[in-house]
Design a protein around this ligand. Structure first.
Ligand code: HEM
Length: 258
């Protein structure tokens, strides 16, 4: 049987080991369960497998516009105070690309959008609130941009296969200023690991990355619910057929999961 002092010793060792683990490794390993949940989100899976329509992507992208707006506004403010911050590369910026894609998608689908949903508003406000808590801000930066450079590219392939996504509607996925994503990601991880963070700051970054994944999950769930409630109207207007697949079974599943 394990005594209390054994348990205390084990915790102390675990904490000690954790301090020796590079931040990039902690971020990846300690968010791996959350990542699996995000990949398996009903909305994202339905979207990627052609069970919704391109309007569902437009709905999510509209919300991501606010999230990237917050990420990039905050990065601008942090850069002003610390221009040497190697992580906040402007080549990552997505807000302008999202604006272009949304204009092109609106033209294609005829769907005007829904405005800012509460989950996206909360997510964006949370990011903005971390302007002076840089480790927590960086957790959001890492979660979105490294995700976009990784699985995000797979999402583009799925969307294109299912709905057709021509170049002028897919600027979000194109990082014109980044020639080789794996090289960029390695440099990003090295820059993370070189930050002079206290153990408490590193813990805060890892904790916040978990929260960033939760923010994304909440956003996907809300998009699923909103899309389900809009689907009859979208279908009636014909917008869902803009490269979309059969809606009915997916809508029923999204409703059941909500
Ligand atoms: C179906 C959706 C997704 C797929 C298929 C996917 C797939 C992947 C894959 C294969 C990698 C590893 C790439 C590499 O080692 O270079 C990765 C990394 C990553 N993904 Fe995803 N992903 C998805 C959704 C998401 C979402 C929704 C987020 C967060 C919003 C996210 C955040 C990340 C992050 C932060 C990394 C970098 C991990 C690291 O190396 O530290 N992913 N993803």
């Amino acid at each position: 049987m394990t005594s209390r002092s054994d348990a205390r010793r084990a915790t102390a060792i675990a904490e000690h080991d954790r301090d020796d683990v590079p931040l990039s490794v902690r971020l990846r390993t300690e968010t791996s369960e959350a990542h699996a949940r995000a990949e398996q989100s009903t909305f994202l899976a339905d979207l990627m497998h052609g069970r919704l329509g391109l309007v569902a992507w437009q709905l999510l992208l509209e919300q991501l516009g606010a999230v990237y707006g917050a990420l990039e506004t905050t990065a601008g403010r942090i850069r002003e105070n610390d221009p040497s911050n190697a992580l906040l590369s402007v080549e990552l910026n997505r807000a302008e690309a999202i604006r272009d894609d949304l204009a092109a998608l609106r033209g294609r689908t005829g769907f005007a959008g829904v405005g800012l949903l509460p989950s996206a508003r909360d997510y964006a406000e949370r990011i903005l609130s971390h302007e002076r808590r840089i480790p927590r801000y960086l957790a959001h930066h890492y979660t979105r941009y490294l995700g976009d450079l990784s699985g995000g590219q797979a999402i583009r392939v799925h969307l294109d296969r299912q709905y057709g996504l021509p170049r002028e509607q897919a600027a979000f996925f194109r990082f014109e200023g980044i020639r080789r994503a794996p090289v960029f990601k390695d440099a990003y991880r090295s820059a993370l690991d070189a930050l002079p963070l206290s153990p408490a700051d590193a813990d805060a970054a890892v904790e916040e990355a978990g929260i960033a994944f939760d923010c994304n999950l909440e956003l996907f769930d809300e998009c699923g619910q909103v899309f389900a409630s809009l689907a009859p109207r979208i279908r009636a207007s014909g917008a869902a057929d803009a490269g979309g697949g059969p809606l009915s079974s997916a809508v029923a599943r999204v409703r059941a999961a909500a």
